[in-house]
Design a protein around this ligand. Structure first.
Ligand code: ZN
Length: 248
């Protein structure tokens, strides 16, 4: 602490900051003159538009909700998407109004899960041009996870159990379906011969529209293709958001 350079901001000493030890502020690259297109922009394919309904946990006439492709550290992480290929500022009044309703509904559904204290709602949109809002559940009692670093903690904490995760997805999907639309996530099927295992499900919540696209919330802030990753068409993996702690 005493030799922390003065340029490291105060939040690095907050209880909610996930890291400790010597920290350095990264050097900023020069700004680019023209930003690269996001997914669903310019000639780039839109992952959301190309995703079938069964990649989602709940679908309605104008909105869909999807999960990550596997459990992560938080009790629930969901993404709300419009069906229409629009970004936030382009929504017509009907969809803008419905976005409010859907946001409140989804927040309440996730907050109703056991062990969830708060639901944080985020929109970044640096990776995809198709409107998508993130809903992150903070576990009850984990005061250290309060605030903006929650999205980092999601990738740091050990994943919740697959069974709990599927059960939570099914509960949220069922909650949303009370208001209409179609729930697509089912609760886990227990094999009573082997209680600890969960039967594979054909209509399970994931895979997400683009599996590589939904690994953890950390991408939400970092959903930017690797700058030196090469051509999108030649190497689809370069489209992946940053997901490995070791990657730049
Ligand atoms: Zn789209």
């Amino acid at each position: 602490m005493h030799d922390t350079p003065p340029s490291v901001p105060d939040f690095t000493s907050w209880p909610s900051f996930p890291f400790e030890g010597d920290l350095q502020v990264k050097h900023l690259d020069d700004p680019v003159a023209v930003e690269p297109p996001r997914r669903g922009e310019g000639a780039r394919e839109c992952t959301a538009c190309g995703a079938p309904d069964d990649a989602y946990i709940w679908v309605g006439e104008r909105w869909r909700v999807r999960a990550m492709d596997r459990p992560t550290g938080l009790p629930m992480v969901l993404i709300l998407e419009s069906r229409s290929h629009l970004d936030l500022g382009d929504l017509p009044n009907l969809l803008a109004a419905e976005l409010g309703v859907m946001t409140v509904r989804l927040e309440r559904a996730i907050r109703s899960l056991d062990g969830v204290a708060r639901v944080h709602v985020n929109r970044w949109g640096d990776g995809s041009a198709h409107l998508h809002l993130w809903f992150l559940a903070r576990p009850y009692g984990r005061l250290q996870l309060r605030g903006t670093f929650l999205s980092l903690w999601d990738s740091i904490l050990p994943p919740i159990s697959e069974e709990q995760w599927r059960e939570n997805l099914a509960l949220v999907a069922a909650w949303l379906a009370e208001f209409g639309g179609r729930p697509l996530a089912e609760p886990p099927r227990i094999q009573w011969q082997a209680p600890s295992s969960i039967a594979a499900q054909s209509s399970a919540p994931a895979p997400a529209p683009d599996e590589d696209d939904a690994i953890g919330v950390i991408e939400a802030a970092e959903e930017i293709p690797e700058p030196d990753g090469g051509e999108d068409s030649a190497a689809p993996s370069t489209d992946e958001p940053v997901d490995e702690p070791g990657r730049r």
